[in-house]
Design a protein around this ligand. Structure first.
Ligand code: DC
Length: 219
């Protein structure tokens, strides 16, 4: 089985590019951020204290992740239920921090990700997919972009989803997420030594996919 990993900060364009790449290669697309988001939503709905690490780890252990839809555009289901756009609200986005920082919980999620990748060829994206989840991946990318570009991309996505946007706040939030992603004890955002670095600031998603395909074809 082959694995292609794409890690990078929020707003670098990982999801768009990973989906297009998975479609092009007929691989399965795995959005690891969606798994942390889905667990956050489940914990919030269960009314758990987000500082109670023990309960959050127990919750992760008793959760079943599955996917509906097509391989290149799967929809995550949690305990058989479609969580849809509920995992993309600002509350879930901010609270994911509490879930993603717990090493024992990450171990449960990483194992689930590895099992998914053992059964299929995948394009997997997140923060630690090339460093922790699939350190032996065939091709690894680290997708980056300047803060300004990342903030404007996020603003565009939010506007299209009908949400109001304050670009200054958005920039601050992205900087805060960068900081918490980079300073976590486990699974921190970091370029794997053997990952190919791509700066997408001045690239369209199509151009980014082209660059990646060139590397993959030469692998
Ligand atoms: O990629 P995203 O914005 O959907 O990710 C949501 C949050 O999940 C993000 O703040 C960091 C966390 N995350 C993580 O800790 N490890 C991953 N592999 C993917 C995401």
């Amino acid at each position: 089985m082959s694995a292609i990993t794409i890690d990078g900060p929020a707003g670098a364009g990982k999801s768009t590019v990973a989906k297009a790449l998975a479609k092009e290669l007929s691989f399965f697309y795995l959005d690891t951020g969606a798994m942390y988001r889905a667990l956050t939503l489940k914990a919030m709905r269960a009314g758990l204290d987000l500082n109670d690490e023990e309960s959050l780890v127990a919750l992760a252990k008793e959760t079943t992740f599955d996917f509906k839809g097509t391989a290149a555009a799967p929809v995550i289901t949690l305990d058989g239920k479609d969580v849809g756009d509920d995992i993309r609200t600002p509350e879930v986005t901010n609270n994911t921090y509490y879930i993603a920082r717990i090493p024992a919980l990450r171990a449960v999620v990483v194992e689930a990700q590895q099992q998914i990748g053992q059964m299929r060829d995948i394009v997997i994206e997140g923060r630690d997919t090339g460093t922790v989840v699939f350190p032996e991946a065939d091709v690894k990318f680290f997708l980056d972009a300047k803060l300004e570009a990342r903030s404007h991309r996020r603003a565009k996505d939010l506007k299209e989803a009908g949400r109001s946007v304050d670009i200054k706040n958005l920039k601050n939030e992205i900087q805060q997420r960068d900081h918490s992603d980079q300073t976590r004890d486990t699974g921190a955002l970091k370029k794997a030594d053997d990952a190919i670095y791509i700066d997408s600031t001045d690239l369209t998603p199509e151009q980014t996919v082209e660059v990646m395909l060139t590397y993959i074809k030469n692998y």
